[in-house]
Design a protein. Structure first.
Length: 124
């Protein structure tokens, strides 16, 4: 059975070595500097290409860890705006023009943030 060259008996993998080198040398360290650091510090033989690939992979993982997952928007609610005669009762889920005017007046009086908080409270 062939042994992998990525694992050393001391427990330090090449990926761990590159991770430590970047922590010590900084994220802008060149692959040759990483290679020399690992050879002198841990006696770990690694090529500059492997160091470069591991550096790219670690940067990609760091970027994806920082990005929050995309929020899924709630399904859209369809609202029918139907004109009604004054004094007539609305049918179903229709919103009258007077309702929108009252909502706009309330938003002007208390502000959009307070109105949003009130709607969230009532939606629970």
């Amino acid at each position: 059975m062939a042994t992998t060259t990525n694992y050393r008996p001391g427990g330090l993998t090449k990926m761990d070595g590159v991770r430590r080198a970047l922590a010590e040398l900084g994220p802008d360290a060149k692959p040759l500097a990483i290679k020399d650091y690992l050879r002198s510090r841990f006696r770990l033989a690694i090529s500059a290409d492997v160091a470069s690939n591991y550096k790219k992979l670690l940067a990609k993982r760091a970027r994806s860890a920082k990005q929050p997952p995309a929020a899924v928007p709630p399904p859209a609610t369809v609202v029918r705006l139907t004109p009604t005669a004054p004094g007539a009762k609305p049918t179903g889920d229709a919103i009258r023009l007077e309702d929108l005017q009252a909502l706009k007046g309330l938003m002007g009086r208390v502000g959009s943030d307070q109105l949003r908080t009130l709607i969230d409270l009532l939606a629970r």
